[in-house]
Design a protein around this ligand. Structure first.
Ligand code: SDX
Length: 439
């Protein structure tokens, strides 16, 4: 990749003509890699018009140093490190440190960071009572939105977003407490007692202990499953300005506290077009049922009049294989083999669906490849994690990216409250008609 300057710099301007004789030179800003951007901040004041980009397909909302995606090449870098190398060699807490601080930690820095997270991994005991207000069959994502938002009612000493120490403590608290609260949501749904975190365990081991351990006996963590969970968390950690990360940034731009911002990100991630897709993939595979039924579902996915889409396929940015899906595909085989379910019918169905879809003109033409959600659900299900917890797993891991992006936004001198404009297509001005004169 051609390296450019470290920060956005003005290159040659773009020239915009309004068609009515006016024209405007707009600065070209260049990053270190990836597409240049047109700086349109003077567009309305100078030409009196807005840009129009529903869904922000071609709009950069910020400058960021955290993550870079090349959708055509299937490249994903976190602070410059390829996701494949991080998934192979790193750990989730090390990647969290990297995203928060910009560099890989020394052994001492990593040990201090992990110990700090352990100290924050318990929750205020009174918060446990909040769970009893939910129905036992509440979707765990509903509980996560509620409980994470409620953290701001308990931790008043880390709400001042202008205080760097408050920002750091709030970041550590959120990263540390997400596994504890996620496991509590699961335990509550099955009527088992909450499990306290154990400081002797790693981040991923602790999560499995809190999810599947019981107070009556020692829980033996399976190292293969712990490694797989840690790798899945790494793969879900951050992903540029996706819908939920943009939600966190927009909420944070108003000065809302970080707990409220992460709760907003959880709410957005829940949608089936986003993080809810991993749960939807399992539902879809269940609906397809057998390899023989695949062609009819492929036909439905291609039918514009049918709302059915192949869940786990397609991506706004990746027009090549999602590099995370490639790593997860490998992990899926390893985990299922370790659990002695290597010929799990669901995995076989998923592999056959992938094979057929990747050879179908419609999917090839539109570059619809499997994304991160296609394989994660199969691994989670094999581990005994209920389908309703799949998006909670995604939210748990993405909290690292959300909070790192939130911190970068707060510390960005260019940052202002987010307030998009619109193309108005409603009625022009008209007078009120009293009800007795309306037809
Ligand atoms: C995540 O942004 C991120 O980075 C997200 C994420 C992250 O880490 O944060 O990567 C995580 O959200 C992954 C995506 C998970 N969602 C799904 O798997 C749901 C199924 N996928 C689709 O809903 C869709 O592909 C999206 C939402 C992912 C992307 O939507 P876009 O970019 O708006 O794509 P589009 O709707 O413009 O589709 C272009 C064409 C359309 O057909 P035409 O109008 O050209 O005829 O492709 C078709 C779409 O109908 N299409 C699909 C399809 N996805 C797109 N057709 C069938 N099945 C699909 N899955």
């Amino acid at each position: 990749m051609a390296q450019k300057s470290e920060s956005p710099t003005n290159g040659n301007d773009f020239l915009l003509s309004s068609g009515g004789g006016d024209s405007l030179g707009l600065p070209r800003l260049q990053g270190t890699i990836g597409p240049d951007v047109v700086d349109i901040r003077r567009l309305y004041s100078d030409l009196g018009c807005f840009t129009y980009d529903p869904g922000f397909v071609a709009t950069a909302s910020c400058a960021s140093r955290l993550t870079y995606i090349d959708g055509e090449e299937g490249i994903l870098l976190h602070r410059g490190y390829p996701i494949q190398q991080l998934a192979e060699n790193s750990t989730f807490t090390e990647v969290a440190f990297l995203l928060l601080n910009g560099e890989l930690p020394s052994a001492r820095e990593l040990s201090d960071f992990e110990n700090a997270l352990k100290r924050y991994s318990m929750i205020h005991d009174q918060l446990t009572r909040l769970f009893s207000g939910f129905r036992r069959d509440a979707h765990p994502m509903a509980i996560m939105v509620g409980v994470i938002g409620a953290l701001s009612a308990f931790y008043h000493d880390s709400l001042d977003i202008d205080d760097p120490r408050h920002r750091m403590v709030a970041s550590y608290r959120l990263i540390a407490k997400m596994p504890t609260i996620a496991a509590m949501a699961y335990k509550y749904s099955i009527g088992q007692p909450f499990m306290y975190p154990r400081n002797a365990l790693s981040y991923a081991e602790n999560f499995l202990h809190m999810m599947f351990g019981v107070p009556t006996e020692e829980y033996e963590v399976n190292p293969v499953l712990a490694k797989a969970i840690d790798r899945i968390f790494i793969l879900h950690a951050d992903h540029e300005q996706n819908a939920s990360t943009s939600t966190v940034r927009l909420a944070g731009s108003s000065g809302a506290n970080p707990f409220a911002c992460i709760a907003a990100g959880i709410a957005c991630l829940w949608g089936p077009a986003h993080g809810g897709a991993n749960e939807a993939v399992l539902a879809m595979l269940g609906e397809i049922g057998s390899v023989e039924n695949i062609p009819q579902f492929i036909d439905r996915a291609k039918d514009r009049d049918d709302p059915f889409r192949l869940m786990g396929f397609g991506h706004r940015v990746y027009k090549n294989y999602d590099p995370r899906a490639a790593v997860l595909r490998e992990s899926a085989h390893a985990v299922l083999k370790e659990l002695g379910v290597g010929n799990e019918p669901l995995l076989e169905l998923a592999m056959e669906l992938e094979r057929i879809a990747l050879n179908d003109e419609y999917f090839v033409e539109r570059k619809l490849f499997p994304n991160v959600d296609f394989y994660s659900g199969i691994i989670f299900r094999a581990m005994g994690i209920p389908v309703s917890m799949f998006t909670v797993m995604f939210a748990l891991a993405r909290t690292v990216g959300w909070i790192a992006q939130w911190k970068e936004m707060i510390e960005d001198p260019d940052q202002r409250i987010g307030r998009p404009r619109q193309l108005y297509t409603g009625p022009t001005e008209r007078d009120y008609t009293p009800i007795d004169r309306r037809s």
